[in-house]
Design a protein around this ligand. Sequence first.
Ligand code: GLA
Length: 398
Amino acid sequence: MSLRARVVDAFHRRYGSPPAFVVRAPGRVNLIGEHTDYNDGFVFPMAIDRAAWIALRPRDDGRVVATSLDFDETREFDLGRLGMKDTDGWIEYLKGTAWALLDAGHVLKGFEAVVAGDVPLGAGLSSSASIEMATARAFAAVSGLRWEPAPMALLGQKAENRWVGVNCGIMDQLISAAGVQDKALLIDCRSLETQAVPLPKGTVVVVLDTATRRGLVDSAYNERRAQCEAAAKLFGVKALRDVTSAELGARARELDPTTLKRARHVVTEDERTLLAAEAMKADDAPRLGTLMNESHESLRHDFEVTNDGLNTMVDEARKAPGCFGARMTGAGFGGCAVALVAADRSEAFVGQVEAGYRKATGLDPKVYVCRATNGAEVVASQERGNMPAAGLGRGETA
Ligand code: GLA
């Protein structure tokens, strides 16, 4: 059963009638432009066909009651008394999003809901952003708020930064809010302007989960951010976005070796990301693949956020049939890599990379082709008349 059918079915069984809305918001894979978002730079992600789904209907008492199918748990909270974050559980993503929307002055209605997702947790595919943006979409639907992707993404990011306590940039929430089917989105993380670009013809994007997860990602991430900010300060600019590689080269000797490496990654990654958009528009898969390869080397040697799993995975991918290029994706230190692959070789590619990685590491990877999907959306509603009349599973009665 699809996730959509599962949330509708579970809602119906719990509440005895169909939900008023079904919403979804996707995870993402970033094709290029890593650790550039918090430097006001450029990123180039796509929303993927893995998402958080919520089936819901409004309540009039200002409460949110939500059942997670993944955690087999029902939790609730009062919009008038959010208090503070009090657990590390899934409900905090809903509470945090409610807090950010309320704090921005939105008037919210409560709801009752069933929630489920298939973005793997902790894999670097933005499961947190998917639940935050699905929650924002749900509140917008029941409260009659206009859905504007960029302002909503900023509130999702605020929930993540200030409520959940992770100091991320804007990429994950913005692509989850604003993704476009069959396209990747070039995002200017300073202006928040987006440009949708189709993938090169005859190619697919493959996600390669290394099955490695590293703790302490947050502290390493914050350390990288601080190093980038220090470098920007040295140049007297707001963010590393404002430094060119020529300027960096000219003043390289004034920077300590670590700061220089971090800054070099960010400055060259911004340049690569803009070139990647050009390559994509020109339908030039080999060029795009080369830029992805260069991005990985920069993340490995200059930004130092890869691990053995990611490096091995990328090596295996590059050796496999039909591969134009491969790199780590997301924050790094574990999680997933991404490859651009010729569509007609993708089956052979997947088989060879899985076998090669397993042999090299003894770990069991997950490798899959993914499609680019829309960002957060209401997929069914009673108003629109496209809600299945009965969400009951086969052979069950109410
Ligand atoms: C994480 C963060 C993003 C971004 C990436 C690195 O996914 O949530 O904001 O900084 O790392 O590109």
